[in-house]
Structures are given as C-alpha cells and as structure tokens.
Design a protein around this ligand. Structure first.
Ligand code: ADP
Ligand code: MG
Length: 586
C-alpha cells in the first residue's frame, strides 16, 4: 500500500464537479478572505495589548476592539457563504454520481447481478457515495484553509522572529511521520468497515425480501443472529478504526501542545530578557497555535483522504464494469414489421467457463406464429434457453436469429421490444395497477390499458380494488394474489404487443376459476405470435403446434403430442408421471 494513495480515482470526480466550478470559485475567494482575517487577528491583538500595556492609550484600545468585532462579523459572513456554497455543491455532485451509478447498474446484465448481492450494491450507492460528499463539501476547502493558515502563520512568524519559528516547526516532521504511519492503517481499517457494512446490509435486504419464508420457517431469531454476527463484525472493524483514530488524535495533540509549551517557554525567556514585548509574545503564541491547529487538521484530513480514495475506487470500479451484454458497434436494423421467425442454430451455452454446459448443440426453429412447448425435467435448461432469446446471456457457441438476423448484431432495444415475457411468478412494481400494466408502453392511454386488462380478464378484479386502476399493489405486488399478478403480467404483455412471446408457465396450483381465466387470456395472447411456452399444464401442451423435449441441455425429442406419446420415450414417461392426474378429457 502506498503512503500517499494516488488521487486518480478522485480526479475522475471532476466532470461531475465542473458544473459547479463557479460556486467553488466564489467559495474559494470567501475562504481566502476569511483566512486572511484570521491571520491578521494576532497582529491586531499585538497592537491591542501593546496599546493597553505599553502606551496606556485607552481610546486606541476601544477603537481596535470595535474594529475586531467588525472584522469578525465579516469573517462570519464569509464562512457562512463558503460553507453554504460548498455543501450545496457537494449535495448536487453526490446526487449526480448516485444517478450515474444507478443508471449504469440497471444496464448491466443479469449475470452481474447473479454474482452480487443487492444489499451490497445498495450500500455502495448510499454509504460509499456518501463518503465522497465530504470531499466536496468539506475536505477540499478545509485543506485549502489549513494550508493557508499554515503558510501564512509560518511566513508571519518568520518575518517577526525566525528563532521561534524554528522551534515551532520542530514538531512538524514528528506530526507528519505520525500521520503517515497512522494514515495507512486507517485506510485499511476503514475499507474493512465499509465492506462489513455492505455485508450486513445484504443480510438485511435478503431477509426483508423473503420475509414470508423467514416467518413460515420461524427463522426470525436465526436471521436476527445472522444479522447480529454481521453487526459484530461491523463493530469489531469500527472499534479497530476508532482505536487507530484515537491513538492518532492523542499522539498528535500531545505533539502539538508540547510544541506550544516550548514556544511559550522560549518566548517567555525572551520577554524576561527584554527582547520581546508581551503583545508580541501573545501574537507569537497565537500564530503557533494556528500552525499547530493547521498541522493537526491537515493530518486528520490526510486520514479522511485515505478513506475517500478507498470509497471512490469502489464506486468507480462499479462504474467501470462493462456490461457483458451491450449494443453492437454498428447494429443492423430489424426489418419491420417483425415476423417472429426465431431460430436457434447449434447453440451451446455455459454460465461460466468452469461450469458444465447448460445447453449443448441445441437447434430449434420457431416459424412465425407457431406455438412451441418446451418440456423436460427440472434442471434440463428450459429457463436457460428462454433467457438466451432476449440476450440476458449470450450463447457460448452457435447463434440465435430473429427474422434471419443474428440477435447479437441487433440493437438490444429493438430485440427486446419484439419479445414479450410472462414470467412464471410475475413480480410487480410497487406503483399503481395502471402503471404496472403500461410498464412496457408508458405512453398508453387509460382506454388502452383498460382494453388490455379486459382481454387479460384482469379488468373484473381491478375494478373491485379500492381505487381501481390507481390502487397501489405493494412492494413486488404482494397485495395481489398469484393469479391476479399473472393476469396483470399478461395484460402487460398484450399491451406491449410483441412478435415473439415467451411464457414460463406457472406450476403453482391456481384455483380453477383463476386457471380458467388465465387460459382464456392466454388464448388471446398467443394469437398471431411466435410463442415459446415452458409448459407444465396438459392444456397448454395440447395447444402447442409442436413440442421440444429437453434433457440435460440437449434436445432429445421433437414432435406433436401424439407422435411423442407413440415414441414412448422421455416425453411419454414425463407425461405419464406429470400429466396423468390432469388427463381428464376436457
Ligand atoms: P429448468 O428451467 O429446465 O428447470 P434451468 O435452465 O433453470 O433449468 O437450469 C439449467 C441448469 O443451469 C441447471 O443445472 C442450473 O443449475 C444451471 N443454472 C441456472 N442458472 C444458473 C446461473 N445463473 N449460474 C449458473 N448456473 C445456472
Ligand atoms: Mg425453470
């Protein structure tokens, strides 16, 4: 670890600070003027004391005291302006950075999110970026102020009495040495604290999103203990940081005040010898205190700097993560209207290089308007195959085409606009019903939304909700039943009107009425679209034009229901086992 970590990560903040450079400039002027007043103060005190004790001029004393109050009023105003300007700039810079990071993260591929915990990302977005705010609002200006005080103090001291300056400066190397020594440790322990906080946040987030699982298995205490362990880690790391900071503060204050004591002693002797006036000694002391305070503040800024660099690196590391799936450099146009001709051509896929292939040499063609059912035992690769079509992941080898164009050479937006997905267990956004239905087409009119809801057989129950289409559905849609959520998802897909539809059919046992309504809604949804159904229900399998049977990532059988039954292999076995109970003539 370097003593002075490279500020490269911080320099990258500049484009976000730049729009506020005028605020920063005005703040800098205020700050400089305020520091100048501060530095003039000991000189004025010297006049004041000498006026009182040497010249015995009472009127002069009054005037100087009054002048001082005036000066401090001005300094107060300057400090106010500077603090206000910098804090408001800091808030805006941080908001911009959060916005940028959020917009970047939502564009990363599902693979990125599969490898990370949501809570950790949320913590980066809030805690780490929060740390960076201090840089703009406080650290930069404090650094400038303390440098001014240090240089100004040393200069004025040297001009008036070089000998005392030397004594004062003797403490500097000692303090800087301590700062370097403690700074490194501090950065390490601070990074530790931030990481532990991110881990604890992740545990909390996981428990909240799965609250029903937690409660149904009566694992509240266990989750509490899990969070508690993470919190102990946080406390242990934070206490270690507090220890390093505390020792640091102790050592530094000791060094600084000892320096002041030495100046007082040496100066006192000079006063006794008649070389200095009392006023001069007091001004010396004030300058020494300024210098000491500046050195102290600079060392603590140095340790904040270590923390800030750490936070900036983590934030920019996320910002630098390239999306694994992105638009090609020069995308090909998708011929309109999209016909929905989908072909998987010798597709193999593995999630990670070291993992076994989830799909192996799969070739499947879906003609425009055709309904193909994908069946196979659990873990066969059905969901994986469905995820490749909208490019949530990219094929490892082979290719997938839409209307004859390799999907990797299309713009992602074009590709995804032409594919609709009704997931197995639809999750809604916490907003109103109408907003959820219009998610793929925010510009849809209320009439269009209602038409889609009617077609999906959702209108009946939406109308009965307390506020109709304006009813809030709760986080992830928890205030609706599974069947209701699914009908909302169908309405959403209908409104989007995609050429290709992917349906991860629900296995959850819906009540007969919901099931009948969903069946009826699907009927409409499938019409005129190329559809891939991951089928669990006999009725759907029957409706499909063709069945593709997957087993361990390979296509093992293909044909109509009757053909495959006659074949008497995997599908026939699955059918006997899985669908037998449903196989009542309908
Ligand atoms: P199905 O939908 O047919 O039940 P999946 O397509 O979900 O099966 O899974 C196929 C295989 O891929 C399984 O062995 C599963 O463990 C693996 N798999 C699924 N998702 C991931 C992932 N994100 N990372 C690594 N392996 C995965
Ligand atoms: Mg699946």
């Amino acid at each position: 670890m370097r003593i002075f970590p490279s500020p490269r990560a911080l320099v990258r903040l500049w484009p976000r600070i730049r729009p506020h450079r005028w605020r920063l400039l005005v703040a800098t002027v205020c700050l400089t003027a305020s520091a100048a007043i501060g530095l003039a103060f000991p000189q004025i005190v010297r006049y004041l004391l000498d006026a009182a004790f040497v010249r015995h001029d009472g009127a002069l004393l009054d005037r100087i005291a009054l002048g001082l109050v005036g000066l401090f009023t001005i300094q107060g105003l300057l400090n106010f302006s500077q603090a206000y300007l910098l804090s408001s700039a800091g808030e805006r810079v941080v908001a911009r950075l959060r916005q940028d990071l959020f917009e970047h993260l939502v564009r990363l591929s599902p693979g990125f999110f599969a490898d990370r915990r949501t809570g950790e990302l949320v913590s980066r977005l809030s805690a780490d970026i929060g740390t960076l705010q201090g840089l703009v609002s406080y650290q930069l200006s404090e650094f400038a102020r303390q440098v001014l005080y240090f240089l100004g103090g040393v200069t004025l001291l040297t001009l008036t009495h070089p000998e005392l300056t030397r004594t004062t400066l003797l403490v500097v190397p000692f303090v800087v040495g301590a700062a370097v020594f403690f700074g490194r440790r501090l950065r390490k322990v601070s990074t530790g604290v931030q990481d532990r906080i991110a881990e604890a946040t992740a545990v909390a987030e996981e428990a909240f999103t799965q609250i029903r699982t937690v409660q149904s298995f009566v694992q509240e205490a266990w989750e509490g203990a899990r969070y508690g362990r993470k919190m102990s880690d946080v406390v242990r790391a934070a206490v270690r940081r507090a220890l390093v900071r505390a020792v640091f503060v102790g050592v530094i204050t000791f060094a600084l005040f000892s320096g002041v004591a030495v100046v007082l002693w040496q100066g006192g002797r000079l006063v006794l010898a008649g070389v200095l006036t009392a006023g001069t000694l007091v001004s010396f002391l004030l300058y020494s205190v300024f210098i000491a305070a500046a050195v102290g503040a600079l060392t603590s800024l140095f340790s904040s700097y270590q923390e800030t660099v750490g936070a900036a690196r983590r934030v920019f590391e996320l910002l630098d993560t390239q999306p694994a799936i992105a638009d090609p450099p020069d995308p090909r146009p998708l011929p309109q209207p999209v016909r929905g001709d989908v072909a998987l051509d010798n597709v193999s896929f593995q999630y990670q290089p070291e993992l076994p292939f989830a799909l192996e040499r799969v070739s499947v063609r879906l003609a425009p308007g055709e309904v193909v059912a994908l069946v196979g035992p659990s873990g066969a690769g059905k969901t994986t195959l469905a995820n490749l079509l909208p490019r949530f992941w990219d094929v490892t080898s082979g290719r997938i085409t839409l209307d004859g164009v390799d999907i990797r050479s299309l713009r992602l937006a074009d590709l995804r606009h032409s594919i609709g997905i009704v997931p197995q267990e639809p999750v809604l956004f916490s907003g109103p019903v109408a907003e959820n239905i219009a998610y793929g087409r925010p510009e849809a009119s209320p009439a269009e939304i209602e038409a889609a809801a009617r077609a999906a057989h959702a209108h009946e129950f939406v109308e009965r909700l307390p506020q109709g289409y304006a009813t809030l559905v709760g986080e992830r849609g928890v205030k609706l039943s599974g069947g209701q959520r699914q009908r909302i998802a169908i309405a959403r897909a209908l409104l989007k009107d995609p050429a290709v539809l992917i349906l991860d059919e629900a296995t959850s046992s819906l009540d007969a009425e919901s099931e009948r309504l969903i069946e009826a809604a699907l009927e409409l949804l499938l019409k005129g679209r190329t559809t891939l159904i991951i089928a669990h229900r006999l009725s759907t399998v029957r409706r499909a034009d063709r069945l593709v049977v997957l087993d361990r990532g390979r296509v093992v059988e293909e044909g109509t229901h009757d053909e495959l039954l006659a074949l008497g292999r995997l599908y026939a076995r699955l059918y006997q086992r899985q669908f037998r109970d449903e196989a009542i003539p309908v």
